[in-house]
Design a protein around this ligand. Structure first.
Ligand code: PMP
Length: 434
């Protein structure tokens, strides 16, 4: 039986759930990355480092809530306070004390944070950060970097996948795309020339490099970028939606000592609940309160409603999570698990003599079977490898995943073994070129 046949045979309930969902929902899932072949698993419950599908299979979880779960699933330090908050109400349609507590944790941990505004996702955070820069500078053009991901709003669809001159998504007006310029990373002269050629409202990047550092940037280049932006008076946004609170308690910027004007945050920020934030220099964030005598001020003020902004459950989870991870101990465990997994996978690759590579830093573990480190890194092997790993009790993306602080060495060793067995299956199907 082939990989896909065995997966189908062992997952009748997921198959039924998928077929039902697909009648009403495109792809039968709610995120581009949740599409797997021949169909996605449907999860019933999760705990710690594991999740269980509706057919009763257990998986070690390397998706970790798309990066939101540094502390794994249902961590008691987060879920305990959330249970108590749940009893008090889920939405007050009014302010509550946890918002200032949450902002206080963000400002204590993130070096660039002087003032904070919360949203419900990372997409909203990057959209807002760009708007703040446009509002403050009165300029429109945005400079981003090829392959860097900033969510799914219109401006973020520019230059994510190759070919970079074709937007990632249909349905985005050309006039919107034209307000975003994308260039490659690691070339300071090109940044300087581009910024000199016309007026820019901001520069935005994933400071670690695209995909949480899959295609790493050179730290010295990021440092120079900071200096160029200061010199040329262009605001710099670090999109730390995935690296924030994951690279270190204070994200990439704390680890490397480079401070942007604005930082976008989400994922770990809200401890596994929906949440996002822009944190940074006061003069940008306070544009939201820039009222005039009319009480509104269309010329200067940034408008920002949002039904679920800083809802009590997300705020409570966020405070609890940020308190728990502030000492860096969770990062040390997750990073150690990352080191162990990278080393183990490398050994498997070397023993088989494959032209493949395992890379990544901190809690990011990435694979490449093409010599490339971008989104094409897995070629056509991503889908069958992901399915084969699920056959062996591991849920990880086709091109890798992230570790969490609740994984044990046994979980990692099981995963290395699953990788070995999966490559064997891919080999038997003639998919591997040695
Ligand atoms: N920016 C980066 C760097 C991200 O990794 C992501 C999510 N993967 C986003 C923005 C978008 O965040 P969200 O999915 O919460 O909208």
């Amino acid at each position: 039986m082939g990989i896909y046949e065995r997966y189908e045979a062992e997952r009748p309930k997921s198959r039924a759930a998928y077929e039902r969902a697909r009648r009403l929902l495109p792809d039968g899932v709610e995120h581009d990355m949740r599409v797997s072949r021949p169909f996605s698993i449907y999860v019933e419950r999760a705990e710690g480092a594991y999740k269980w599908d509706v057919d009763g299979h257990r998986y070690v979880d390397f998706i970790v809530g798309h990066g939101a779960l540094l502390l794994g699933q249902n961590h008691p330090a987060v879920i305990g306070p959330v249970r108590e908050a749940l009893e008090l109400g889920t939405h007050f349609g009014a302010s509550h004390e946890a918002i200032a507590e949450w902002a206080d944790r963000v400002c204590r941990l993130i070096p660039s944070a002087e003032m904070v505004r919360f949203h419900s996702s990372g997409t909203e955070a990057t959209m807002m950060a760009i708007r703040m820069c446009r509002a403050l500078t009165g300029r429109e053009q945005v400079l981003k970097f090829e392959a860097h991901f900033h969510g799914w709003h219109d401006y973020a669809t520019v230059a994510v996948y190759e070919p970079f001159d074709t937007p990632t998504s249909a349905g985005v007006p050309g006039a919107v795309q034209d307000t975003v310029t994308a260039i490659p990373v690691n070339d300071a002269a090109q940044v300087r020339d581009t910024l000199a050629a016309r007026e820019y409202a901001c520069v935005i990047l994933e400071p670690s490099g695209a995909g949480g550092g899959s295609a790493p940037t050179d730290v010295e280049w990021v440092r120079e970028l900071r200096a160029i932006c200061t010199e040329m008076d262009v605001p710099l946004i670090f999109d730390e939606v995935i690296t924030g609170f994951r690279y270190s308690p204070g994200g990439y910027q704390q680890e490397f000592g480079i401070t942007p004007d604005l930082t976008t945050l989400a994922k770990i920020l809200a401890g596994g609940f929906p949440g996002g934030a822009v944190a940074g220099r006061r003069e940008f964030v306070e544009l939201i309160e820039m009222r005039d005598e009319s009480g509104w001020n269309r010329g200067k003020r940034i408008s920002h409603p949002g039904t679920f902004n800083a809802n009590p459950l997300s705020a409570t989870a966020g405070v609890a999570c940020l308190d728990y991870i502030a000492d860096g101990k969770a990062h040390a465990v997750a990073n150690r698990m990352g080191d162990r997994l990278r080393a183990g996978m490398k050994k498997v690759i070397d023993v088989r003599g494959l032209k493949a590579e395992v890379f990544g830093s901190h809690s990011f573990v990435r694979l490449s079977f093409t010599g490339r480190r971008d989104r094409g890194a897995m070629g056509s092997l991503g889908a069958p490898l992901q399915t084969a790993m699920m056959l062996h009790g591991v849920h990880i993306g086709g091109g890798g995943g992230m570790t969490s602080a609740v994984m044990t060495e046994d979980d990692i060793d099981l995963t290395i073994d699953a990788f070995e067995q999966s490559l064997k299956l891919l080999g038997e199907e003639g998919l591997l070129v040695d």
